[in-house]
Design a protein around this ligand. Structure first.
Ligand code: DGY
Length: 324
């Protein structure tokens, strides 16, 4: 029988990352196409000291009751709202996430969604593919300006700052942001950033609002009908943070009523399910949680999750532990 620590890889991952893990661990890999969740996940936890996870697996007190041997979970994501950190702490289980390696790629995508939304790119493509393009017209698919407009960011961590740099330095945008804490003076000056003490101020002033804050229960439906009503009728709203932060049904109503011009969503409450009302709106760009999805970045994320497991079981310290 193997003496090596026994770990679970609960979601499918890159073969080279599995090979790396196999050099250090006795691995139960998920070689199917689907993440193990629910019973398929918990039934495999007994006997495992470590687990390689993605956002698909929830780890809470109930799940931990099935995992008496678990010492560490490595989440292949920067967000870790799928992990109930107090329950993990109470059970003495260390958690790690994958910060930094996805910052720029995710900021690229946030900006891509902003551009596609403001300039109606997917709507225009559908229009063309559907055979509606009969003539050039001065008012065909008019969008809103990106360059020189006001960018609003709610949640100014690493990814928020990446989007801010793109907007301010690349597109000459003015920046207003709201965050738990104000940026230091040097960063504010580099980004020519105006700090808003409330999210409402950002919503009122910005032409394009990007949500990049971490999910906590307090962030549930942070942006609902009342908040959307504060925005300019020409404004766009982008969510690359987490589903549940926006009340998507209220957003769909606002998009249909013209309360705001358009929205871009990469994340959804209850994903992969989502509010079907959104499908009725032409003025929303919908993508399936792919902000970090380049091969290079996803590979870096998977390696970092694996390296966290290896570091923890060889030195006792994870490389990028979740700290609260
Ligand atoms: C993250 O890293 O948190 C991304 O949303 C992928 O889940």
């Amino acid at each position: 029988m193997s003496e090596r620590p026994h770990i679970l890889v609960a979601s499918p991952t890159f073969p080279e990352v599995l090979d790396k893990l196999r050099q250090h661990f006795d691995v139960e890999p998920n070689l199917s196409d689907d993440a193990w969740t629910g019973e398929a996940f918990t039934s495999r936890l007994p006997g495992k000291v470590g687990a390689f996870l993605t956002g698909a697996q929830t780890v809470n007190a109930e799940v931990l009751a099935h995992a008496p041997d678990l010492k560490m979970v490595a989440n292949m994501a920067v967000g870790y709202n799928n992990l109930e950190i107090p329950a993990l702490e109470q059970a003495g289980v260390v958690a790690s996430n994958t910060p930094d390696v996805l910052t720029e790629t995710t900021a690229d995508f946030g900006f891509a969604l902003l551009m596609a939304t403001a300039r109606r790119v997917t709507e225009a493509e559908h229009y063309l593919r559907a055979g509606h393009w009969g003539k050039w017209s001065y008012d065909l698919l008019l969008g809103s300006e990106v360059h020189g407009s006001t960018l609003g960011i709610i949640g100014m961590g690493r990814i928020g700052q990446g989007i801010a740099r793109r907007g301010v330095h690349g597109f000459g945008m003015s920046l207003i942001y709201h965050n738990r804490s104000q940026l230091d003076a040097a960063t504010e000056s580099e980004l020519k950033a105006h700090y808003a003490p409330t999210k409402e101020e950002v919503l009122r002033q910005a032409d394009h609002v990007v949500l990049v804050l971490p999910y906590t229960p307090a962030a549930y439906h942070l942006i609902g009908a009342a908040e959307i009503a504060l925005m300019k009728p020409t404004a766009t709203l982008i969510n690359i943070a987490r589903g549940g932060i926006v009340d998507d049904k209220a957003l769909a109503q606002a998009l249909q009523a013209g309360t705001i011009a358009a929205a871009g969503l990469d994340v959804f409450e209850g994903e992969p399910a989502f509010a079907k009302e959104l499908l009725e709106c032409n003025n929303v760009v919908l993508t399936p949680h792919i902000a970090s999805a380049t091969r290079t970045t996803r590979l870096k994320m998977a390696h970092l999750a694996a390296d966290n497991l290896i570091a923890f079981f060889t030195t006792g310290q994870a490389l990028t532990p979740v700290t609260t």
